[in-house]
Design a protein around this ligand. Structure first.
Ligand SMILES: [Zn+2]
Length: 422
């Protein structure tokens, strides 16, 4: 985990280049009729169906199998032979862990990353730790249309002081002292730091490393009081995945870390755990299946970040994802990976392909992990599927995504909050 974060930060630095930000033409239309499409809902139990969708003032006003009558002011798009799906999520990214000392550079790189995400159909992201004011500004600019990009929801990172000390070594900046990046111990006033995180605009507390079960329990209780979610690392050291799950955190991240459920708590340190992995520790279904059953029962979502894991040669993460999926755990697609600043394909496609090819998920289930489940884990009940009254975030696709997932990531049109943004 530490290695991963360091790697992310290093790669993040590499991502900063000077370049030209292309401006995205935004058609501002109040009413759009998408006529005669194959609608794929986002919830995997609903079969695709033929319908037309009327969008008004940013929301879905009607979905009907019959012809929808409209007046002349409505922009009509013939979707015969086309497919409509909800806008996609990447539910595990870090947009603001890059070097922000040169803000202009950082914003130039971020502008291009966000615009490319949107062009590939990503209309919402869950950011799992980073500089909150930086993210808050983008969120606002995207909302007003000043910038093009996905809607952003973000977390405050909480971890033990040892974690931040280890990480601050060699740096002049003391880490763990801001509302969105907080060192916490048994003597911290947890209610207060959770309130401060909330004031920084976060949706959730991300619990990260080096804390006791008692401390995690306090954080979960304080977060609930403030209507915040808790998104946890699978393993917090010495807290095991089953400790976090027994406290009903909203999600756990990283399939590769779930294997540490197999290590006794009294020896669960970061260095010992990874040593065991590099020695070739094997996935043990006898331990992990009951764990996933508990996860399902407690309604804890799972963002396995397997593209990240396989890039780091941790292929056993795929076996863990497969067990989780077979146990009925709700899977959420997130990459925890670097996004291109040019027009290249997004890593979310690689993540989705692994779900299909290596974890036994159907394409409808993969779509659900990219839409409905991702919205639910972010606490968003206004999007992630297609129903009257929801926010109009959707993609128009030329090709059937249930024949080839790539189609999801090459949308002909992207509609975000009722606006055509591609
Ligand atoms: Zn992460």
């Amino acid at each position: 985990m530490i290695q991963r974060l360091i790697k992310n930060l290093c790669l993040g630095l590499l991502l900063i280049h000077i370049g030209v930000v292309s401006s995205l033409a935004q058609k501002n239309t109040n009413s759009i009729l998408l006529h005669n499409a194959t609608v794929i809902d986002g919830r995997s139990h609903i079969k695709p169906y033929q319908a037309s969708i009327l969008i008004q003032d940013g929301f879905i006003r009607a979905i009907s199998k019959k012809k929808i009558k409209t007046d002349r002011n409505v922009q009509e798009i013939d979707c015969t032979g086309k497919y409509i799906v909800p806008g996609l999520f990447d539910a595990h990214i870090h947009l603001a862990t890059i070097d922000l000392s040169d803000l202009e550079k950082a914003r130039s790189a971020t502008d291009r990353i966000l615009e490319n995400m949107l062009q590939h159909g990503i209309t919402t992201v869950r950011d799992m730790a980073g500089n909150a004011p930086f993210l808050a500004q983008y969120k606002q600019e995207i909302k007003t249309g000043a910038k093009a990009g996905p809607d952003i929801f973000y977390a405050a990172q909480f971890a033990g002081p040892e974690y931040f000390e280890m990480f601050s070594q060699g740096s002049r900046i003391k880490m763990g002292t801001s509302p969105w990046e907080r060192a916490v111990s048994d003597t911290t006033n947890i209610d207060q730091v959770v309130q401060q995180a909330k004031a920084a605009g976060v949706t959730a507390i991300k619990t990260y490393a080096e804390m006791s079960r008692e401390l995690l329990e306090k954080i979960v209780r304080a977060a609930r009081k403030e209507n915040l979610l808790v998104w946890s690392h699978a393993t917090i050291y010495p807290i095991k995945p089953s400790d976090a799950v027994s406290l009903s955190v909203n999600s756990i991240s990283h399939a590769a870390d779930v294997i540490f459920e197999q290590i006794p708590s009294d020896s669960l340190t970061i260095s010992y755990a990874w040593k065991r992995v590099y020695e070739g520790m094997k996935v043990d279904p006898d331990i992990l299946n009951p764990f996933f059953t508990q996860m399902k029962r407690n309604n804890v979502f799972f963002d396995p970040t397997v593209f990240h894991a396989t890039n780091n040669k941790l292929d056993y993460a795929l076996d863990i994802l497969k067990l989780a999926h077979q146990s009925g755990v709700k899977i959420v697609a997130g990459t925890d990976w670097i996004y291109p600043e040019n027009n290249d394909m997004v890593p979310l496609y690689d993540e989705a392909l692994l779900y299909q090819d290596r974890a036994g998920m159907s394409r409808l289930q993969v779509l659900e992990s990219l839409t409905y489940n991702a919205a639910q884990v972010t606490g968003l009940h206004d999007r992630g599927y297609l129903k009257k009254g929801l926010r109009a975030d959707m993609l128009i696709l030329d090709k059937d995504p249930l024949a080839d997932l790539r189609s999801l990531f090459e949308p002909a049109k992207v509609i975000q909050a009722g606006r055509i943004v591609k």
